[in-house]
Write a protein of this length. Sequence first.
Length: 275
Amino acid sequence: MSNPLLLLQHCRLYAGFELRRLWQTRPGLMTLAATAVIWALLFRYAIVPAADLIASRGFVNMISSLFGNAGLQQLSNWPAPELAVYWFFSLLLLPLFSLFFTANQLCSDLERGTLRFLSLRSSRSSIVLGRFAGQMLVQASLILLTLLATLLLSAWRAEGLSLQMCNAAAVIFVNLLLVLLPFTALMSVFSALVRTAKLAVSLAIVSIGLCFGLLSWFIFYFPDFLFLLGYLPGTQVMQLLPLYGWQTLQHAALPLGQSLVLLTLATITVNRRAL
């Protein structure tokens, strides 16, 4: 398909289908329910207690003792402690959740043979990009719901909603989407290689661990190549934790570049494989 407008139109249709599947199907509603339960537990046993500790610097000192100082005292600069704790836990947990939630971008279509049928009416590239865009919309919806809940909790505990809180929520939302981009694109690659979501997740975890192990071994003998670790998906998370506000976007180029490379690889894989 050489027409860019037609490519975009088909991508929009596939993305819209993924978003509707979240809200209008039983598996999608189960995903929403699971997300609600997980975040309810985090609110009850992590975010609220830790927010109280931030006021006394206890949480920041505890995290600094676990992860090193590395500027983590910036957590106390957020306008609401609940948003600071949400920022911390989301950066650490959401990439892992993304591996599981976005694993079935192409697997079920390959297993049922529907990808062959879809490719008769649209290009394989539009299928890959549309599924990816749809998964990002789904994750954006889940992030928005939990972030709004956190913002309401912050406003209730602070007895008012401030402009600084809304600005901080926008910063968190944009950065979390950027962080999840390469992980979702990575699952586009693995879901194009195998026919089950479980195998795609297993392959992704093993591949990430193997790449990290081999790079660590290589860097042990050649320390000058330490910078290579910074190109692995998720490495910007530890760089984002000490930052605050829109200065966090200084690391936006890395996940965007990683996503572009991985989506290109996924598109090539789908275009070359037999359906």
